[in-house]
Design a protein around this ligand. Structure first.
Ligand code: PBG
Length: 323
């Protein structure tokens, strides 16, 4: 009771504030998304993601070396697939010489200790821009999970440390886990996008990969933004099926979900601060309406405070350079 308790005593100086600081954030917490394209000498800025780039393989090496020097030790790889290689079966996703498979090798050659996680979903490979195989305007589940398992195997064979299924099909974690086990990839991890919402915040990402759905939306597989309990159901199932890390996506609008999960489970939780979140802050900062670095730090800390231990973020490099 006042004045016995004056909460401001613990805020009087920088020293005392740092002593009672409840959460911290460091380069160890980050997963860096990388966009890869075919070609040579390409480092092209993504229009709706200022200061974020797509790299061709030759320039990717230098980029991952730089990340490593900044203390960023984990990447999450996405590829932009040429239109003529897209179909409704994910054929190119299984090509051992495909762009993803070559990207994995390129990164491992450049920095062997870099942890390489790969996106597993069909949308960059799909002529429909959907995360799975389309039949009668519907993304079919079981045939899709079979392809995702083969895709995961192909990434593991190319040297991926973790596969990260982002498709939200039912049962895909178990199908992938069993395929990896059968082929002796017992230490290849799975980071499941377990609570992934059908979100309008993915817009800039779809620009980056030219992967917007050709018809309809993704609401028959990604989660409804109004739901909270369903995130726990989805996540517990993925853990049972063999997920090593689970994820909530997008980030800021879904911090309640991160907190719910963190109260409920012991599995490491990742959060994905998605492209639209990045674009919003970059735009506001460009206009001089928000202070970029302080808002960035405040947002990143919010993820830790909510209970995430891993943050996938396009701000990773900005954060590391600020230190
Ligand atoms: C697709 C995928 C998406 C993102 C990651 N993987 C887009 C989507 O589901 O349509 C979004 C990432 C971002 O917006 O930064 N499987």
């Amino acid at each position: 009771m006042f004045p016995l308790q004056r909460n401001r005593r613990l805020r009087t100086s920088k020293a005392i504030r740092s002593l009672v600081q409840e959460n911290t954030i460091s380069v160890n917490d980050f997963l860096v998304p990388l966009f890869v394209v075919e070609g040579n000498g390409i480092k092209e800025e993504i229009a709706s993601m200022p200061n974020y780039f797509r790299y061709s393989l030759d320039l990717l090496s230098a980029e991952v070396k730089e990340l490593w020097h900044l203390g960023l030790k984990s990447v999450l790889v996405f590829v932009k697939v040429p239109d003529n290689l897209k179909d409704n079966k994910g054929t190119e996703a299984l090509n051992p010489e495909g762009l993803m498979q070559r990207a994995i090798k390129t990164i491992k050659d450049a920095v062997p200790e870099m942890l390489v996680m790969t996106d597993v979903a069909l949308d960059p490979y799909s002529s429909y821009g959907h995360d799975g195989i389309v039949e009668n305007n519907y993304v079919v589940n079981d045939p899709t999970t079979e392809v995702l398992a083969n895709m995961s195997l192909s990434h593991a064979q190319a040297g991926a440390d973790f596969v990260a299924p982002s498709d939200m099909m039912d049962g895909r974690i178990e199908t992938i886990r069993m395929a990896l086990e059968e082929h002796n990839f017992v230490n290849t991890g799975i980071m499941s996008y377990s609570a992934k919402y059908a979100s309008a915040f993915y817009g800039p990402f779809r620009d980056a990969l030219d992967s917007a759905p050709g018809f309809g939306d993704k609401k028959t597989y990604q989660m409804d933004a109004s739901n909270r309990k369903e995130a726990i159901t989805e996540t517990l199932l993925d853990i049972q099926e063999g997920a090593d890390i689970v994820m909530v996506k997008p980030g800021l609008c879904y911090l309640d979900i991160v907190r719910d999960l963190s109260n409920e489970i012991e599995t490491p939780i990742a959060v994905y601060q998605v492209s639209g979140e990045y674009a919003m802050l970059k735009a506001a900062a460009e206009k001089g309406w928000l202070d970029h670095d302080s808002v960035m730090l405040e947002q990143l800390m919010a993820f830790k405070r909510a209970g995430a231990s891993i943050i996938a973020s396009y701000f990773a490099k900005d954060f590391a350079k600020l230190l």
